[in-house]
Design a protein around this ligand. Structure first.
Ligand SMILES: *[C@@H]1O[C@H](CO)[C@@H](O)[C@H](O)[C@H]1NC(C)=O
Ligand SMILES: *[C@@H]1O[C@H](CO)[C@@H](O)[C@H](O)[C@H]1NC(C)=O
Length: 359
């Protein structure tokens, strides 16, 4: 019996290993099928400030970071894996990314600072590989020719973003009706293929000013000593090459007012496919757009359970039995006291009626 369990366990672990390679130019990917991220319902715990103490009670999901375009395990990000945490509060979804990395910061030069992106499936036929996978060329891709392959992207480049400060959707860029962020470069994009990437609302065939940047986010590195609040003059905020971890926090409303199929729409109780990318200026060299790491070589389902599913999960224990017994006791007490009040009123018919307006 013990042997059988052991063999089954062994089988599972071997099947679960990442087998992803890109030999002979042909894309192939076998991601871990049990890869998932769960955004449990936990209202009122997360503040988007770059500080992660408020995430301590929330389970994280750990992923190795392999090169996105050629995912070989030998080429994994040297400093370690990425932990992804997520919660929702019924209105917004929150993400936290935690990744080891020596402090690297070059003010004003996004490519010499770490950078992260979240990508979500929007169109029903949008693939992880090739960011939607529309087959059209850069001159022919459009919302019509690439219908069904839309993906939504949030990209945060921190070269101008002060740690701990909030970036993303702001009244000035949102008034112009696009997904840009002139202050911190936390932008809301959509694509059909890697070479057809645009800010929400911007399109080669005409702009639509109904678009918005619906994301908010902040970043931090744990080598920082100041906790009261940085200003731009404090840059570079810490000394170069300090060991530590980078933290990135993001939030977005579950639903947006997008009418152009450029935003993912989250639904409680329904999984959404997502991906996470990470860029790092290795050995001080600036990164380039396609030189990013990814947490998986395929979509990773993001679950958004409702508050009910948590209650049922908690309800399976003896705790709910105690609650049931307690509520029965309470209703018995309420029933007895109502009989007593009724009897008392019946016995003392002389209780006068007092109209409310004379009180
Ligand atoms: C997705 O692909 C299927 C099969 O090719 C097709 O029937 C369907 O219309 C596509 N969906 C969209 C939105 O284009
Ligand atoms: C769309 O917006 C972009 C960025 O604001 C601008 O450069 C471009 O000229 C606009 N295109 C049209 C057709 O108005």
């Amino acid at each position: 019996m013990m042997y059988q369990i052991l063999i089954i366990l062994l089988l599972f672990t071997t099947v679960g290993l990442v087998k992803s390679h890109n030999e002979g130019g042909e894309w192939s990917c076998e991601s871990e099928s049990e890869n998932r991220i769960e955004a449990i319902f936990k209202p009122g715990v997360i503040t988007i400030d770059g500080h992660i103490d408020d995430w301590s009670d929330i389970d994280g999901f750990e992923f190795s970071l392999l090169p996105a375009l050629d995912p070989h395990e030998d080429d994994a990000y040297k400093a370690g894996s990425m932990t992804v945490k997520a919660v929702h509060d019924g209105n917004n979804v929150f993400f936290m990314l935690e990744v080891n990395g020596k402090y690297a910061y070059s003010k004003g030069d996004n490519n010499k600072c770490p950078s992260v992106a979240l990508m979500f499936q929007v169109g029903e036929n949008a693939t992880y590989h090739n960011m939607g996978g529309c087959k059209e060329s850069p001159d022919s891709c459009s919302s019509k020719t690439c219908r069904g392959t839309e993906v939504d992207i949030m990209h945060f480049s921190i070269g101008n973003a002060i740690p701990g400060r909030l970036y993303g959707g702001n009244p000035i860029d949102n008034r112009e009706g696009h997904g840009g962020d002139r202050f911190g470069h936390l932008v809301d994009l959509y694509t059909w293929t890697p070479h057809c990437r645009h800010l929400d609302g911007i399109s080669p065939t005409g702009n639509d000013t109904s678009a918005q940047n619906d994301w908010k986010g902040a970043w931090w590195h744990d080598s920082f000593k100041v906790h009261s609040g940085f200003v731009a003059e404090d840059s570079p905020y810490s000394s170069e090459d300090q060991d530590g971890k980078y933290f990135f926090e993001f939030s977005r409303p579950l639903r947006t007012m997008d009418r152009l199929q450029q935003d993912v729409q989250f639904s409680i109780g329904q999984p959404t496919n997502m991906a996470v990318a990470f860029w790092y200026p290795e050995d001080g060299k600036p990164w380039h757009g396609s030189g990013h790491y990814s947490i998986s070589c395929n979509w990773v389902p993001l679950d958004l359970p409702s508050s009910n599913s948590l209650a049922t999960r908690a309800g399976s224990g003896s705790f709910s039995g105690a609650i049931n017994a307690f509520s029965l006791l309470l209703s018995l007490v309420a029933f007895c006291s109502s009989i007593f009040v009724g009897y008392y009123v019946f016995k003392n018919k002389s209780i006068p009626f007092t109209p409310m307006d004379r009180l």
